[in-house]
Design a protein around this ligand. Structure first.
Ligand SMILES: [Zn+2]
Ligand SMILES: [Zn+2]
Length: 328
């Protein structure tokens, strides 16, 4: 049996690079040679045993780019591609209305199917996006988080002259902050408890504010999904403002100031991953040079060193980490 090295969740809080069976071919799916795979907060949840669907042995990695190993979806072998890792059911109420990003049984490569922290990954053909030939693969590796930011800013309906506040300066919070500025916000403030992340956000030109200081934003983005943030989301919003939940909260209900939402006529909206339009916009933003994603990548790490890289992410001393599976 052919095996390949991969970063897997071993159960508990154990992450390790081990040999796994080569991912199996599937009808309507194609094989991609992985160029780069990003690690994010969702991966840390999986590796901490906090993801409800992940099973021990899961090969992680849902943010990735690579090249087709065989012709697929009308594209020749060798085509550089971004892959939307989401797998929708096609039959639920959301899917039947074309809203596949909010499919009621949404699953993902890297959680429910073997992921891209491995030299090869098998993905649905409908998730393939050919990349512009001039685009560097290492930059394209940031299409996934950028598409999350594009959707969040679109859901936030940021308008010219708006003041925007972002709770949480992880990679997604920083991306949302930058995109909100590009969408017309005149001021983007960020609140973040980690000193390392505050520095990173400041270096990107975002204005750091302390908790308690209320900048009264037209649009507030909660990029944490952390229970500690739930009670404060309304306090950042100006009357009539809009609050966008970007980070994924735990499933249990969270306390928040419902009376403030009613009194101040606040609008609370969700945003979940991205649609085809958001991905195409993210590719254009990078390809055109409007967004310099290299500013978000703190390290490119060989796959064999992935477990150590996970430790740095856990310690909060890394921003965006990319794995290079060719360097297994
Ligand atoms: Zn992610
Ligand atoms: Zn569905």
């Amino acid at each position: 049996m052919t095996t390949l090295p991969a970063l897997i969740w071993q159960g508990g809080t154990e992450a390790a690079v081990v040999e796994v069976p080569r991912p199996e071919a599937r009808e309507g799916w194609s094989r991609v040679r992985v160029g780069y795979a990003g690690l994010c907060g969702s991966d840390l949840h999986i590796l901490a045993g906090e993801h409800i669907r992940a099973k021990p042995g899961t090969v992680i990695g849902h943010e990735f780019v690579g090249t087709l190993t065989e012709p697929a979806a009308g594209l020749p072998a060798g085509t550089p591609v971004f892959v939307n890792p989401m797998v929708h059911c096609g039959v639920c109420d959301a899917c039947s209305r074309g809203l596949v990003n909010i499919c009621q049984s949404l699953t993902s490569v890297g959680i429910d199917y073997p992921g891209a922290a491995c030299p090869e990954v098998v993905v649905p053909d409908y998730g393939l996006y050919p990349l512009p030939p001039a685009m560097r693969l290492v930059d394209a590796a940031l299409v996934e988080p950028l598409a999350v930011g594009v959707r969040a800013v679109r859901r936030g309906e940021v308008r010219l002259g708006d003041r925007v506040h972002v709770i949480g300066a992880g990679p997604i919070g920083c991306i949302v902050g930058l995109l909100a500025g590009m969408a017309g916000a005149v001021e983007v403030t960020v609140s973040e408890p980690s000193a390392f992340r505050r520095e990173q956000a400041a270096a990107l030109g975002l204005t750091i504010v302390e908790g308690g200081a209320t900048p009264a934003a037209d649009v507030v983005f909660d990029a944490t999904g952390h229970p500690a943030a739930a009670p404060e989301i309304t306090s950042w919003a100006r009357p009539g403002g809009r609050i966008v939940l970007v980070g994924a909260y735990p499933p249990a209900p969270q306390p928040t100031a419902l009376l403030s939402i009613m009194f101040a006529e606040l609008t609370l909206v969700g945003t979940r991953i991205y649609t085809r339009q958001d991905i195409l916009a993210a590719i254009e933003l990078i390809a055109s040079g409007r967004v310099d994603v290299s500013r978000f990548v703190t390290e490119v790490v060989a796959l064999r060193d992935a477990a150590k890289a996970v430790e740095r992410l856990r310690a909060g001393t890394a921003m965006k980490l990319l794995l290079d599976p060719e360097n297994a």
